[in-house]
Write a protein that binds this ligand. Structure first.
Ligand code: HEM
Length: 431
């Protein structure tokens, strides 16, 4: 049975103020994760596929935008993710409304559908298979060791975890895989961070959010242009050379296409893993017994445990699809052209799937979380790499500096990435 809903008159002058209860409101995203989780829990129970007004104070508001369906239950997120015929990415994937030129420069195959999406994805996908990630396992371990070396014996016993520990490993691995020269890595990481931080007041300062995103994209396209010129002159073994040489649909990729590819990969590949590491170290502080449990047999337990790291952190909070045909989700009739937004952290706290969902439970098995997406054509390409990095980083951390305490995380103010800007980390230094 389907239920009709009354749409909010989006263009009407007398529309009510947004309330903090609405997932479209700015106030909703300015709350703590726990407050948001409470609201999601109510939506899951009472209105699992609810009609919502457009995002409040969108970066590029569209007066004709009627709103979207908010999908908050695990099962519906999985259905939406896997039905790539009924729910497509080609009409945009971000929850916020952003300028077209920014989207063009940043989303690449994440905002495409078949047949082009699988063709572009295939250009790099062999580098991310479990077998291939295993071959670079040693490289990841060495990198993780060096990251922890850089602070483990610091006599102050205090660092900013994000800056000194969570960020350097993914930035280095991304740089190695794409052949980004050392001197451009910090700039790449900074720009990739800005691409997702378009709504964070501290990060944008007195600039317009659209300007921050565009500047970051231009920086990354500039770096990509240098790499393109370099690889044309002097091809190597890295992924970037593969992109420069590839033919898709009988033609080479343009510089702009490679640039957008580079933006997508740099954002997807660095910020997500970094935030997961930060939330995980904080979870170990809050759930001490879990550290003890894991360290009783790290190698045997870490594979299962990492899934819980990702479920618990859920750094990617939202992605959107557009319906291509009339269909049904949780009894709601979805019409062609309707926007559908998935809220991954909500799916990951769904008590129908996860017993005691607010508990960080490393032995949770099976753990069918949707932190990497709900499956389907766009399921996270880098999930094996992310897990390889987390496994190596936490092995170093938990064996070398097992006595630590993560302080209160300072959260990024956006509705896209659940991110940590800074987090104090105190530890007993390694001798
Ligand atoms: C813990 C870390 C990570 C998390 C939580 C995460 C999460 C996600 C999510 C939720 C999606 C969207 C899935 C969908 O729409 O169905 C995604 C897509 C993607 N991720 Fe990740 N990701 C992580 C790490 C990485 C890494 C390390 C890379 C690569 C270097 C990467 C590359 C990608 C790419 C390229 C896509 C787009 C795939 C496509 O459209 O075909 N991710 N990721």
């Amino acid at each position: 049975m389907t239920t009709e809903v009354e749409f909010f008159p989006a263009t009407s002058q007398d529309k009510p103020e947004h309330s903090p209860d609405e997932v479209s409101s700015k106030a909703f995203w300015n709350q703590t994760s726990e407050q948001r989780d409470e609201r999601f829990a109510r939506l899951r129970a009472e209105d699992p596929v609810s009609w919502q007004r457009p995002v409040e104070e969108a970066v590029a508001p569209d007066p004709n935008d009627p709103g979207y369906w908010a999908v908050v239950k695990h099962a519906d997120i999985v259905t939406t993710s896997r039905d790539n015929q009924s729910f497509i990415n080609g009409q945009g994937v971000l929850f916020d409304l952003l300028p077209a030129d920014f989207l063009e420069m940043s989303q690449s195959f994440m905002a495409m559908d078949a047949p082009r999406q699988p063709m572009l994805r295939k250009l790099v996908s062999t580098a991310f298979t479990p077998r291939r990630i295993k071959t670079i396992d040693e490289q990841i371990r060495v990198a993780a060791r060096e990251v922890v070396d850089s602070f483990a014996s610091d006599p102050s016993g205090e660092i900013d975890f994000v800056d000194r520990c969570a960020e350097p490993l993914p930035v280095r691995m991304f740089g190695d895989m794409f052949g980004v020269p050392d001197e451009l890595r910090a700039q790449t990481a900074r720009a990739a961070g800005d691409v997702v931080a378009w709504a964070d007041p501290e990060r944008i300062g007195d600039r317009h959010p659209a300007e921050v995103g565009m500047q970051a994209c231009q920086t990354l396209h500039g770096i990509a242009a240098q790499l393109i010129a370099d690889r044309r002159r002097d091809p190597g073994e890295d992924l970037f050379t593969g992109l420069v040489q590839a033919e898709v649909d009988g033609r080479k990729l343009t510089d702009a296409e490679i640039g957008a590819f580079f933006v997508l990969m740099s954002v997807a590949g660095t910020d997500t893993t970094k935030h997961t590491a930060s939330f995980t170290v904080r979870a170990f502080t809050d759930f001490r017994d879990q550290q003890r449990w894991l360290m009783e047999d790290y190698d045997a337990r870490i594979t299962v445990a990492i899934e819980e790291f990702v479920r618990f952190a859920s750094p990617v909070m939202t992605f959107r699809r557009t319906a291509t045909r009339e269909t049904e989700l949780a009894g709601r009739k979805i019409l062609p052209g309707d926007k559908v937004v998935m809220f991954y952290p909500s799916g990951n706290r769904d008590a129908d799937v996860f017993a005691d969902p607010d508990r960080f439970d490393l032995a949770r098995d099976p753990n069918p979380h949707v932190g990497f997406g709900g499956g389907g054509a766009h399921f996270c390409l880098g999930n094996q790499l992310a897990k390889g990095m987390l496994r190596a980083l936490f092995h170093e951390l938990l064996t070398r500096i097992p006595e630590f305490e993560a302080g209160e995380p300072e959260l990024l103010g956006t509705n896209f990435m659940r991110g940590v800007k800074r987090m104090p980390f105190r530890f007993t230094p390694e001798r």
